[in-house]
Design a protein around this ligand. Structure first.
Ligand code: NI
Ligand code: MN
Length: 228
C-alpha cells in the first residue's frame, strides 16, 4: 500500500516500498504548510513539476540536507545541479524505471520560468508526474489548464489523481471536473486552491460535481494522509 500526506497547496509527501518522496515541496513560504524543510530528514526523491517558486519551493534545500535526488525536466534538473545536488533529468512523455517503480512525465499547459535575483531563468516545459509505487499509480498534474492529452491518462489506470482546482493560473472547478472525467482515476484529490485569495475555490463544490462520475473525491486538509 502506498501513502500520501498533503502538505498544503500542491505539496505532497509520498511513501511506498523504496520511496520516501516529496512532490513540489513548497513549505517555508507556504501559507498552508504544516511542515518545515528541516522536518524531512529521510527523503530519497523530490519531484518538481515546474520552476515556479510555489513548486520548486524548498527542493534544493531538502536535497542538500537529505541527499535526495531531484527528478524534473532537463532544464530544472540542470539548474538544481548547479547547487551541487543530485538530479535525474527527464522530459515530457518520457518514462523511466527507478528502484521503487516507474515514473512518467506528463504534459501541462502553463509556464515554468525560475525567478532568481538575477532575472528569470528558462525552466523548460512544465509537466506533471505519474509515479508508480507499491504497484499503485499516483498522478500529480502540476499546474495546468484542461488539456485533451488528459484523455490519454485514462489508459494509465490512475489510482489517485491530484488536480488543481483554484482557477486563475490553473484549472477551475468546472475544468477540473472535466479533467477527472478524462483521466478516470479511482480517487481524485483537489489541490492548488485557497492558498491565496486569487485561487479561492470551494472543494466541497468540486466534490459535489464529481459525484456525477464513477470517481471518489477525497478532500485533504494540510497534514491529512491517504492510503491507496
Ligand atoms: Ni505555476
Ligand atoms: Mn502554482
Amino acid at each position: 500500500m502506498a501513502k500520501i500526506r498533503f502538505l498544503g497547496h500542491a505539496a505532497f509527501y509520498v511513501e511506498g516500498k523504496g520511496l520516501k518522496g516529496l512532490i513540489d515541496p513548497f513549505l517555508k513560504d507556504n501559507p498552508q504548510s504544516v511542515a518545515y524543510p528541516e522536518d524531512f530528514t529521510d527523503i530519497n526523491y523530490i519531484f518538481v513539476t515546474h520552476g515556479h517558486a510555489d513548486h520548486l519551493g524548498d527542493a534544493i534545500t531538502i536535497a542538500k540536507s537529505t541527499g535526495a535526488t531531484i527528478v524534473s525536466c532537463f532544464e530544472i534538473a540542470n539548474y538544481c545541479s548547479s547547487f551541487g545536488v543530485s538530479v535525474h533529468p527527464m522530459h515530457i512523455g518520457g518514462r523511466t524505471k527507478f528502484e521503487f517503480g516507474r515514473v512518467k512525465m506528463t504534459p501541462a499547459v502553463h509556464g515554468s520560468g525560475i525567478a532568481t535575483g538575477d532575472g528569470v531563468i528558462y525552466g523548460g516545459n512544465p509537466g506533471g508526474f505519474i509515479i508508480e509505487v507499491d504497484g499503485r499509480r499516483l498522478y500529480h498534474a502540476g499546474d495546468t489548464g484542461l488539456i485533451m492529452d488528459m484523455k490519454l491518462l485514462a489508459d494509465e489506470g490512475i489510482d489517485v489523481a491530484l488536480l488543481p482546482i483554484g482557477g486563475n493560473f490553473v484549472m477551475d472547478i468546472e475544468d477540473a471536473v472535466k479533467a477527472t472525467d478524462f483521466i478516470k482515476p479511482k480517487i481524485v484529490v483537489p489541490m492548488h486552491y485557497n492558498t491565496w485569495p486569487i485561487i479561492e475555490a470551494d472543494p466541497k463544490e468540486f466534490e459535489k460535481q464529481v459525484r456525477a462520475l464513477p470517481v471518489k473525491c477525497k478532500i485533504m486538509q494540510p497534514g491529512d494522509e491517504l492510503n491507496f
